[in-house]
Design a protein around this ligand. Structure first.
Ligand code: GN1
Ligand code: MG
Length: 368
């Protein structure tokens, strides 16, 4: 598909010289577009928003405006005391002033500023990197902590409510397609048993919320390691990107999601399960960074559920991949029909590794 007519919709000076795929997202399609004038060059990020996932893309763009305004205002107030420049992507409007446009085929497109001279590795590079990832997430939670949650529309109702994924999985299991897939694969049967053994556990955070031990705050929703940008010059965390899922939720899911992804340097797509691990030095680095910024507003009850959070989010993500596999790969983008099955294997193994290291992880969390 020729994407140049899409790129030209956005209000950027100069002539388009390239537009190429970038990033490794499982949902939206992301491109880097380069425009040049006689004197300079402009680079922006252009994204096609997945309508399979986001049924009402307008809502994420309206939310994004509000989040950017809130965080930006707070960063400005605090800039003099900060030890770095915190950055965030801003909307690049269309030539007609709108924040997004819909093409002839009904696809939604938007553009964002590029966080330049920074990168977001797909996996942990070092304990220092993990520390910076923790700092960025803690700072993000802190910056959003005074935002009125009622100001945002829920982009994906039920996102990160593990029992709802379990219910969706149970529905999928009833379909003939799932029965066939399960019958055909011993590995899929093993994963189904894995889920059965953790049915009760799936409710752990939701029940704590219902009992009033935990409360909803503004969360990112997808703070995995490759959504956190590290400054190329200072090696400090500088931005968190991919703000489409920001909404009221349990910060535990964010904490767990960032930690399960930074703690396993083998990443989400590894084929050999023996490579999946949970590294305690990386875990410790992340937690120290997170607590530096967010430690002040965590309650004892919040802290008591941090271990469950990291175990649960690995389980939840594995369950989401597995359910999608059994439903014929409707949600996550795949390059092969088995990709979601393998992603589920990896997350379930990670969950097992986390379970096996429970004592060590709990004592490490208690020290941070
Ligand atoms: C999806 O598209 P991406 O890679 O930013 C997913 C997350 C998962 C992640 C796993 C909206 O995020 O919830 O944790 O894949 N995003 C959505 O890699 O479902
Ligand atoms: Mg995302």
């Amino acid at each position: 598909m020729d994407l140049s007519p899409i790129a030209r919709q956005f209000a950027v000076d100069g002539r388009l010289v390239a537009i190429d795929p970038t990033g490794s997202g499982n949902v939206n399609d992301t491109y880097l577009a380069i425009f040049r004038t006689t004197f300079d060059e402009h680079r922006i990020i252009i994204q096609r928003i997945s309508r399979r996932v986001f049924k009402r893309p307008e809502t994420i763009m309206e939310n994004l405006r509000k989040i950017t305004a809130h965080v930006h205002a707070r960063l400005e107030r605090e800039a003099d005391d900060a030890d770095r420049i915190w950055q965030m992507p801003a909307i690049v409007p269309c030539r007609d002033g709108r924040d997004w446009f819909v093409d002839d085929t009904g696809e939604y497109w938007r553009a964002l500023t590029l966080i330049d001279s920074a990168h977001a590795p797909d996996a942990a590079q070092s304990a220092e990197h993990a520390y910076e990832v923790g700092c960025v997430l803690g700072q993000f939670h802190r910056l959003l902590s005074d935002m009125d949650p009622g100001a945002l529309q829920h982009p994906l109702p039920g996102f990160h409510v593990t029992p709802l994924y379990l219910a969706k999985y149970d529905e999928a299991l009833k379909t003939p397609a799932a029965a066939t897939a399960l019958k055909a694969s011993v590995e899929a049967q093993r994963l189904a048993r894995f889920v059965e053994e953790r049915r009760e556990f799936a409710h752990v955070l939701q029940r704590a919320l219902d009992r009033g031990e935990l409360r909803l705050r503004m969360v990112h929703g997808d703070p995995k390691v490759n959504n956190i940008m590290i400054d190329d010059y200072t090696a400090k965390g500088t931005a968190i990107i991919d703000l489409d899922t920001v909404s009221p939720g349990l910060i535990h899911y964010d904490f767990g999601d960032a930690l399960r992804s930074i703690g396993n340097p083998a990443g989400e797509e590894v084929a050999m399960l023996s490579k999946v691990g949970f590294d305690l030095d990386l875990c410790s680095g992340f937690c120290r960074g997170y607590m530096r910024f967010a430690g002040d507003f965590l309650t004892d009850a919040d802290r008591a559920h941090l271990f469950d959070a990291v175990r649960l989010i690995a389980f939840e993500l594995g369950l989401r991949f597995f359910e999608d596999y059994l439903s014929g790969n409707q949600y996550f983008k795949v390059r092969s029909p088995e990709q979601n099955l393998n992603r589920a294997r990896v997350q379930f193994r990670l969950c097992e590794v986390i379970e096996a290291r429970e004592r060590a992880i709990r004592s490490l969390l208690a020290e941070c």
